[in-house]
Write a protein that binds this ligand. Structure first.
Ligand code: NCD
Length: 325
């Protein structure tokens, strides 16, 4: 298989901190590389030796299950060594001690750091301490670039070119790093985005996001190609942003009645972990239109592609030969 035109044109990646740092060619190069690596993520083909001898450090300073496991699997399927560094209960998330952690990793000779932190900007800070590629696995309210990439990859597999496609983003946009990354990736690919959220959970400067905002979910559902439900981020809420979970589900939740208002082939997506009965009812989460488990599998392939592009120093051009080796 020959490399895609986007992969040949794209500037090489040095870090993956934010979707904002990427252009459309780089996003398409990641998506095209992901396509080549998907059979390995789906276990149709065995692991490949591409990253043998490389050491990937997963530095998780905030709770995570699926993202950490996904990065772990992605690195291992490409034969990298993985060290897991979780700093639960320690004080490494700020200032000098964070710098010391970085210097320790540097002294250990890691080749790449995958970092998750509750503090927005921590991956950028880390990249100023270390010369190795830094991959942002979610920082505060700010960015979660691999989530956005796996989401647009999943959409592209079902819908083809996303230009002109309509994505309805529902829920807690204010606290959501997924929403920030997602909107930037979708806009780069030419998709139209409409947000529907409790007014208290819309970001203050939403006009600058380049999206439409709708008041009523029912009114926009018939035109949606994708309905993307965001988790209610209770851990980031200091007060009451809506009256109750029941009220939230009634006004902003996706249920069978709302699914019936959508096109029959609409895609229902959620980044996980889901609050069943709040953002989404169990029957919609388990419906044929839901691609939530597919997002998880695609997440491994996207993370393989990002690690490959950052560590094997390549464009997607080299992937096929090495994967086939
Ligand atoms: C997302 C996150 O952590 O931002 N989840 C994840 O990566 N598994 C979305 C969320 O927690 O709502």
């Amino acid at each position: 298989m020959s490399p895609s035109a986007a992969a040949e044109r794209a500037a090489p990646l040095t870090d993956l901190l934010s979707i904002e740092d990427l252009d459309a060619d780089q996003v398409n190069a990641i998506l095209d590389t992901t396509e080549l690596l998907l059979p390995i993520a789906q276990r149709e083909r065995n692991s490949v030796p591409t990253l043998r001898g490389k050491v990937v450090c997963n530095l998780f300073l905030e709770d995570s299950t699926r993202t950490r496991i996904s990065f772990d699997l992605a690195a291992k399927r490409m034969s990298a060594e993985v060290i897991n560094f979780s700093a639960k209960g320690s004080s490494v998330s700020k200032g000098e001690s964070f710098k010391d952690t970085a210097l320790t990793l540097d002294a250990m000779g890691v080749d790449c750091v995958v970092v998750r932190s509750g503090s927005s900007g921590a991956p950028l800070q880390l990249s100023s301490y270390l010369d190795v590629p830094i991959l942002n696995a979610g920082d505060g309210w700010h960015q979660h670039p691999t989530q956005a990439l796996l989401d647009v990859f999943t959409m592209r597999r079902h819908l083809g070119d996303l230009a002109g496609r309509h994505v309805v983003l529902v829920g807690d946009i204010l606290h959501s790093r997924v929403a920030r990354s997602e909107v930037q990736a979708l806009r780069l690919l030419g998709a139209r985005v409409t947000m529907v959220a409790p007014p208290t959970l819309l970001p203050p400067a939403v006009e600058g996001w380049g999206v439409e905002v709708a008041r009523e979910l029912d009114a926009v559902l018939p035109e949606a190609d994708v309905v993307y439900l965001l988790r209610v981020q209770r851990e980031r809420m200091l007060g009451a942003f809506f009256p109750s979970s029941r009220e939230y589900a009634r006004v902003w939740g996706m249920d069978a009645r709302r699914l019936s208002l959508c096109k029959p082939d609409v895609l229902i997506m959620h980044p996980g972990p889901m609050n069943r009965g709040v953002e989404i009812t169990g029957d919609v989460a388990d419906s044929e239109q839901a691609v939530i488990t597919e997002q998880v599998t695609n997440g491994i392939a996207v993370r393989m592609a990002c690690l490959y592009l950052l560590l094997a120093g390549g464009t997607a051009a080299g992937t096929d030969t090495e994967v086939g080796a």
